[in-house]
Design a protein around this ligand. Structure first.
Ligand SMILES: [Fe+2]
Ligand SMILES: [Fe+2]
Length: 186
């Protein structure tokens, strides 16, 4: 499955702009980490793009219904399991690097986009300091569980400052690509 096909499938199941933009942000970060670690950029990008495919239809049971929405595609079982692994108590351990990565960038990607939206310069020169300030500000992006952010970074083995740098760079690169296709992260 190539990216265009994945996006088409995603859009069959995801109708809100917000979730589409979140999917793009996670995709951007996964590509950035695949690049950094010499992993398969296409695969990691698709994991990010498709990870919340069942969220709109099954918010309570997400991501347990992802496998049925991805059935009949050429995505391998390990890929599908990796998507399921990002959920809590979904029955798949986060035992592969791609799973730890997905978990670590899931909430952080959109958190950083939210921080960028508050800044006149957006993603430009966005550093860990701004992100730290917003992590401490409990009223900001309340839905993002700060403990989960910490846990997911620890399990992936990354420090906040580097994590922010990798994700910001990934988001910037991806925004250019998305705009050419008529989409945006913001
Ligand atoms: Fe999710
Ligand atoms: Fe997500």
């Amino acid at each position: 499955m190539n990216r265009a096909e994945a996006l088409e499938l995603l859009k069959e199941h995801v109708k809100t702009d917000q979730l589409l933009r979140h999917s793009f942000a996670v995709e951007a970060s996964m590509i950035a980490y695949a690049k950094k670690y010499g992993e398969n950029e296409e695969r990691w990008g698709l994991l990010g793009l498709l990870h919340d495919i069942d969220f709109e239809k099954y918010p309570e049971e997400h991501p347990k219904h992802a496998p049925e929405l991805l059935k009949g595609t050429d995505l391998d079982q390990e890929f599908i399991d990796s998507i399921v692994s990002h959920g809590y108590d979904a029955g798949v351990p986060r035992d592969l690097l791609e799973r730890k990565a997905l978990h670590a960038v899931d909430q952080m990607s959109s958190f950083i986009v939210a921080v960028a939206l508050m800044r006149p310069t957006g993603l430009e020169d966005l550093k860990v300091k701004s992100v730290k300030k917003k992590i401490k500000d409990k009223a900001f992006a309340k839905a993002v569980n700060r403990e989960e952010l910490d846990e997911s970074m620890a399990s992936f083995g990354v420090e906040l400052a580097d994590h922010v740098d990798v994700i910001v760079e990934g988001l910037k690169n991806h925004e250019e690509f998305l705009q050419k296709q008529g989409y945006t992260l913001f």
